[in-house]
Design a binder for this molecule. Structure first.
Ligand SMILES: [Zn+2]
Ligand SMILES: [Zn+2]
Length: 400
């Protein structure tokens, strides 16, 4: 009998290839220039710099521009080489880079916000410049005329922004932990819905326009995958970080989600597996296995004269169970639990070794990540850290 051939998950390990240092302060955003060995960085140290890889293998600045205040965020469009930089003062400054990336020419300036610009996003197809600020507003400007087209008040400071060109939906993640979905028109917008799933701030958003899936990362260490295109409204949790999630990138050609956290962790999730939603937690006065009452159930405690027990929940079936009936722990990778969680004894028996096969790999970037960017054409990943260093990683698959 022929041996069964198991499809090998692609083993992609971030391999450190370069470091860019020389910053006086943290690099708030940096992007890899596709089809060019280059990086654009904007920093709290007020500089906008373009770095090109020289024959020595080192990155040297070809553009070094100092702004009047800190650069807080940036959006770069490779087709037009347009760079939109959000400032601490509330303005967004636009530049155009020359074809050889040796020169940067100022274009528009937008007085977009009253306080620090938190996210900026240029949408070429619409000629729109979307931005959010600490003044709790979301604005969009026409990038041709420079005119403000519309504005929407947000519940809290916005920390993540994504846009779907086809349907003109904006996904706005904020510090209250919710994601607001707005439908944008030329000069107005309407609220479609809000997603509430995180217990901490939304720190990163990533939209995959092909699968029509939105990923949100949070300071609560979790990632939620909102399956918008699936029309079932499923929300799948991904638990694989021990600290605040700081960045999310989806590599559509390999169907992998790359996430990073402030403890330096990089997790590569295989999204080519059918994942399941986590169950709703059931409420019960007594353990749903052994029927022992929980400690707050005074009436039943009195009637049966038993000492109450603490209520726990099995992460697999959602049942309220006592500690004795849920003494074991297990990973449940297909439910997004890459770390061991509480499961009831019967669920523990039902989870096979095959079920426990991890669907993610874990790596250490060795710096506290504040920003991450992935360039699919080169398979290169960029991380920027609180150590004021940019690290470049080769993510090309290792054939095992
Ligand atoms: Zn029990
Ligand atoms: Zn269970």
């Amino acid at each position: 009998m022929a041996a069964e051939i198991q499809p090998q998950p692609q083993d992609r390990k971030p391999c450190l290839v370069s470091k860019i240092e020389a910053f006086q302060d943290v690099v708030s955003t940096a992007v890899i220039i596709p089809k060019e060995d280059g990086v654009i960085s904007v920093s709290e140290d007020r500089t906008i710099r373009v770095w090109l890889k020289r024959d020595s293998g080192q990155y040297w600045p070809s553009v070094y521009h100092t702004m009047p205040s800190s650069c807080t965020c940036m959006s770069f469009n490779p087709e037009t080489r347009r760079l939109s930089c959000g400032m601490d003062t509330g303005t967004v400054c636009e530049f155009v880079l020359s074809e050889d990336y040796n020169k940067m020419t100022p274009a528009n300036t937008y007085t977009a916000h009253q306080g620090r610009v938190t996210v900026v996003l240029f949408v070429l197809e619409m000629e729109w410049l979307l931005s959010t600020g600490q003044d709790k507003s979301f604005t969009w400007h026409c990038s041709e005329s420079g005119q403000q087209l519309g504005m929407h008040r947000t519940a809290a400071w916005v920390t993540g922004l994504q846009f779907d060109v086809e349907t003109r939906h904006a996904f706005v993640g904020d510090q209250s932990g919710q994601v607001t979905i707005l439908k944008l028109e030329q000069d107005s917008c309407s609220l479609v819905t809000t997603f509430k799933g995180h217990t901490g701030n939304v720190t990163a958003l990533c939209w995959d326009p092909v699968q029509r899936v939105l990923f949100s990362g949070s300071s609560d260490h979790s990632i939620i995958m909102w399956d918008i295109g699936g029309r079932k409204g499923t929300a799948i949790e991904l638990q694989g970080h021990n600290d605040k999630v700081q960045g999310l990138c989806y590599a559509s050609h390999t169907r992998q989600l790359i996430s990073c956290s402030s403890d330096g962790g990089i997790v590569i999730w295989n999204m080519d597996v059918a994942r399941q939603e986590t169950p709703e937690w059931l409420d019960s006065d007594s353990c749903q296995k052994c029927e022992q009452p929980f400690f707050w159930n005074f009436k039943q405690m009195w009637d049966s004269k038993k000492i109450g027990l603490r209520q726990h929940h099995c992460r697999k079936c959602g049942q309220a169970v006592c500690g004795k009936c849920s003494s074991k722990r297990s990973t449940i990778p297909l439910m997004g639990f890459e770390f061991e969680v509480r499961v009831c004894d019967s669920c523990h028996e039902s989870i096979t070794d095959e079920d426990r096969a991890p669907t993610a790999t874990f790596h250490d970037s060795k710096h506290s990540i504040v920003y991450m960017h992935y360039e699919p054409t080169t398979g290169c990943l960029l991380t920027s850290g609180t150590d004021k260093v940019i690290k470049l990683w080769d993510m090309t698959p290792v054939v095992s």
